[in-house]
Design a protein around this ligand. Sequence first.
Ligand code: HEM
Length: 199
Amino acid sequence: MTKFSKIALCALIIGSSAFFTSCDDDDENPTVTPELTLYQKLGGTTKVTDPNNTSMMIEQGRLSFRSVVDSTIVLIVSDIVAGNEGNLGAHFAPLAGEVFGPTMNTTNVAVLSKNLTDFFSANTGGGATNTYSGLNMVDAHNPAVHPRMGAKATNANYDKFVGYVVVAAGKNGVTDPALVGEVGAVLESLRSPIVQDPS
Ligand code: HEM
């Protein structure tokens, strides 16, 4: 056996013994703690009474998302009404036109709330009980494909939207920095398909 082979064999034996040492009895049946999904961290599939309809039950994870989504929509609309700087009035013009038009039609606010809730729930671990059937993120935010999107979004618009979601999360008790960070990471992962005017 060459000197190199002996060294290699030694290294293998030492490495193996280190491996087996670490495999003590407990490791034969290791208790693997699976990482919770964001949906689970927000309440998961535990059923609770729906505060919007007390004769119905809703999964806590879905309720958490719906509450944050609805607060986000309220914040967006409030800024549009107040004419605050950086508001997303140009983007949500079709929706705002319906809500503040003569018929004060909120049908599509409810549709948007449902779509956003389905989207976030289905894509953060609640896919077994939640289904998103709306447009993909590129088409949904391309005015040429989806005229309900009044204008293409810039990075600044996107930052504004993320800010609304973070405030909305806080209003609904999602304040743990790690959890807020996780929500932020989900939002950040969607920036590229949604921001279609990178100016
Ligand atoms: C993480 C960020 C975002 C997500 C997950 C998201 C998701 C969605 C979803 C699921 C829809 C419904 C699509 C359908 O009807 O099939 C939608 C619609 C829409 N989104 Fe977004 N969006 C995000 C950010 C933004 C931003 C930054 C803007 C504007 C600057 C925006 C403006 C709109 C508008 C105007 C609509 C149409 C609303 C209507 O039906 O009247 N979104 N979005």
